[in-house]
Write a protein that binds this ligand. Structure first.
Ligand code: NAD
Length: 404
């Protein structure tokens, strides 16, 4: 099913070739540009484009959406969607998709590498070797086997790390504010204090909700065990870096690995300023937890699949802004996708218009999310333009798509 013969796709910011080939395989006409476009350039290019793919640099503003006469969906080929005016997108019935899980494994692997590196004090040995110093000693170097890893935030990343760390012979504890199933032998801590007091390595994988800003500071570092290691690969705002520096300088902590910072340089080559520079056994990385070629390829395929599923079947599973609806296709039927303002009686009104025109409904699924609702209706047999006209002219209708 597809609502129009030709689907024009505009991809910006060097989106992975896997996305291009996936969309071309659907028969879409794909134009892929290397760079981001600014607002006026995008406004000039957007008419006639049905699918827009961007990464983090392109801003999709209300003005861009106003100029987008054919746009049905935007793919953010990344995790964040702050660069898109989601309110304006929903008000135009434009679905937005991103790739929330694609780089999680990359983050987990970096965390594992850093836990081993710090436990063996590899960065120090490496620095000495490059300075010509042969310091063969076992002092302060340990195995990770048998040590306890405390994971704060047991979501997509925390749970995967839990499984891999256990496979490497670590014991795992976790603390999460939500009820989470403990995987394998992981121990769920009732309080964050229990985790801090019992773990040899503490790693943070919470999300960036506003309440988490600065939630890990001097008090939490003090609660950690003498000689423990600390990692943060989640969000920079979560940790007080002055307190972390003090905990490291006093020798209370034996090392830290930090990938995310409260303020990060804007571009490559800009100076990186941090309280954590110049400390021994501290691994600093430029927010690369999720930056691997595998993650980029996975993001390309994942988001392209979501865009194609929306164009072909009207499915909105995992959309960032529209209610999630997925209905299996039935051969020989037509499908109507109806984004509407979520007010009482919309379903009854749609069905009464269909009944009045003797249109037979074969399948129907409705979901709502805040201000908006999304209804998919499968119909057998034909229907007149009058049906569509009546549905379009309902005052709650935001967008109507016919997939035939
Ligand atoms: N370094 C990188 O390049 C990189 C890449 C991807 C993701 N991330 C970041 O990693 C973090 C985790 O990602 P995810 O996909 O696992 O997220 P997620 O939403 O799946 O999991 C977050 C978990 O943290 C829990 N949580 C939230 N606040 C908490 C608190 N104060 N105490 C305890 N638990 C709390 C939530 O209940 C949830 O289970 C996010 O902040 C994300 O932005 C970083």
């Amino acid at each position: 099913m597809s609502d129009q013969a030709k689907v024009r796709v505009l991809l910006l910011e060097s989106i992975h070739p896997d996305a291009v080939s996936r969309l071309e395989a659907e028969g879409y006409e794909v134009e892929s540009l290397r760079n981001a476009l600014d607002e006026s350039e995008l406004i000039a290019r957007i008419p006639g484009v049905k699918l827009l793919g961007i990464r983090s640099k392109t801003k999709v503003t209300a003005k861009v959406l106003d100029a987008a006469d054919s746009l049905v969906a935007i793919g953010a080929f990344c995790i964040g969607t702050d660069q898109i005016d989601l309110t304006a997108a929903s008000a135009s019935g434009v679905a937005v998709f991103n790739a929330p899980f694609s780089n999680t494994r990359s983050v987990v692997e970096l965390a594992i590498a850093e836990i081993i590196s710090m436990t063996r004090r590899l960065t120090e040995k490496n620095t000495l070797m490059h300075a010509g110093v042969w310091d063969k000693s076992a002092d302060g170097a340990h195995e990770i086997r048998g040590r306890r890893l405390g994971i704060i935030g047991y979501g997509n990343i925390g749970t995967q790390l839990s499984v891999l760390a256990e496979n490497l012979g670590m014991y795992v504890s976790f603390y999460d504010t939500a009820d989470k199933l403990a995987l394998s032998n992981a121990h769920r801590c009732a309080t964050i204090e229990e985790l801090l007091e019992t773990s040899d390595v503490v790693t943070i994988h919470v999300d960036g909700r506003p309440g988490n800003a600065g939630f890990f500071g001097a008090e939490q570092f003090k609660r950690m065990r003498e000689g423990a290691l600390f990692l943060n690969l989640s969000r920079g705002i979560v940790v007080d870096h002055v307190a972390l520096r003090e905990a490291l300088e006093s020798g209370h902590l034996a090392g830290a690995a930090v990938d995310v910072f409260p303020t990060e340089p804007k571009g490559r080559g800009d100076e990186f300023v941090s309280e954590l520079r110049g400390l021994p056994n501290v691994i600093l990385t430029p927010h690369i937890g999720g930056s691997t070629e595998e993650a980029q390829s996975d993001i390309g395929g994942f988001v392209a699949n979501k865009l194609a599923a929306f164009v072909e079947e009207g499915n909105t599973t995992l959309s960032v802004n529209l209610p999630g609806v997925a209905l299996p296709e039935q051969a020989g039927q037509s499908r109507i996708g109806h984004v509407h303002v979520n007010t009482p009686g919309v379903l009854a009104q749609v069905n009464s218009i269909l009944a009045e025109h003797k249109v037979n409904v074969e399948g129907q699924l409705l979901s709502t999310r805040g201000e908006y609702g999304y209804l998919i209706t499968d119909i057998s047999g034909g229907f007149s333009d009058d049906v569509l006209e009546r549905l379009r002219s309902m005052e709650q209708t935001v967008r109507l798509r016919v997939l035939s």
